[in-house]
Ligand binder design. Structure first.
Ligand code: NAD
Length: 294
């Protein structure tokens, strides 16, 4: 199939490469030329703009940072809607505000373009392996039509409801991940201050109820003093801000999310916005005067 791919960053690049490996013809665009070059070297063709991508393919995938970027790429000048043919399908795989997905879908529908939101979880390693967890909102028939393509980038693709439901699910994912990392950083700081080795604590508890995928991925980073991203603090701030806005909109107070977001804002202010989100350990180092690891 001929597929358009717009947004070739940390996640978009490996996802696009997996579609090439699966035998698709890919037409790509990004505002950063080096990102385009890396994917064309793997076999994709470059387009001149998002409109140019959309004018030549029946399926367009976007993987962009946040709501304003998706609005620019889809609704803006030389955007997807300028080029897309009626009947085309837009799969937005970015993590954005559910309300923005709904607004963009409405503008697409008015032009005969079908849109679903399909954000992902799993980070760069799972994007490379093609084992992302994909959560989908929109028309169920459109989802079924493109599900085989989604499963060439992920190991699961679950239909969650109408447009925006994929991103609502992703907000839940980001709340659970962020709060778990904060809990681990708090707990490991306690044991370090109390004179017990955090590595031994991790070994002792990881098979029990406190064990989790998040703990297995992030405890070694905190203990090793390695905060190379992975998933950046600044992107997690974006997701928690979208969660708080959405929560306020529907009348769901999110006090723990607000607290962890402020911890992350502190880290951003201290210059750690580009660190991995496991750098929540640095917040606790600041308030306790003790580092968990190196
Ligand atoms: P990134 O910043 O590395 O990539 C975004 C890409 O979009 C960049 O290459 C950028 O140049 C491009 N871009 C921005 N504006 C553009 C425009 N107007 N036209 C064309 N291209 C444009 O971000 P990422 O880490 O790849 O994340 C993408 C999305 O996936 C985000 O919503 C993020 O929250 C989500 N996500 C990221 C991870 C992760 O671990 N990095 C995991 C799951 C979900």
């Amino acid at each position: 199939m001929k597929i358009g791919f717009i947004g070739l960053g940390i996640m978009g690049k490996p996802m696009a490469k997996n579609l090439l490996k699966a035998g698709h013809e890919l037409l790509v665009f990004d505002v950063v030329q080096a990102n385009i070059d890396e994917v064309t070297a793997a076999g994709a063709k470059a387009a001149a703009s998002s409109a140019d991508v959309a004018s030549q393919v029946p399926v367009i995938i976007t993987m962009l940072p946040n709501s304003p970027h998706v609005k620019t790429v889809v609704l803006g000048e030389k955007g997807v809607l300028e080029g897309a043919r009626p009947g085309a399908i837009l799969i937005d795989m970015s993590s954005i505000a559910p309300l923005a997905s709904q607004e963009i879908e409405k503008a697409c529908a008015a032009r005969g373009i079908k849109m679903i939101d399909a954000p992902v979880s799993g980070g760069e390693p799972k994007a490379i392996d093609g084992t992302l967890a994909i959560m989908v909102g929109g028309d169920r028939q459109v989802f079924e039509e493109v599900k085989p393509v989604l499963l060439q980038m992920g190991s699961t693709a679950v239909y969650c409801g109408t447009i925006g439901a994929g991103n609502t699910t992703k907000l839940a994912n980001q709340i659970i991940v962020g709060l778990n990392i904060a809990a681990a950083a708090e707990a490991f700081t306690l044991v370090k201050k109390a004179g017990v080795d955090p590595q031994l604590v991790f070994e002792a508890i990881k098979a029990g109820l406190a064990g989790s995928t998040v703990l297995n991925a992030k405890a070694p980073m905190m203990i090793g003093g390695n905060f190379k991203p992975g998933f950046k603090i600044d992107l997690h701030i974006k997701d928690l801000a979208n969660a708080l806005d959405t929560g306020h909109g529907v009348g769901a107070p999110l006090p723990l999310t607000a607290l962890v977001r402020e911890m992350m804002e502190t880290l951003h202010t201290d210059g750690f916005g580009q660190d991995d989100h496991s750098a929540l350990a640095k917040y606790y180092a600041k308030v306790s005067g003790t580092k968990i690891g190196k």
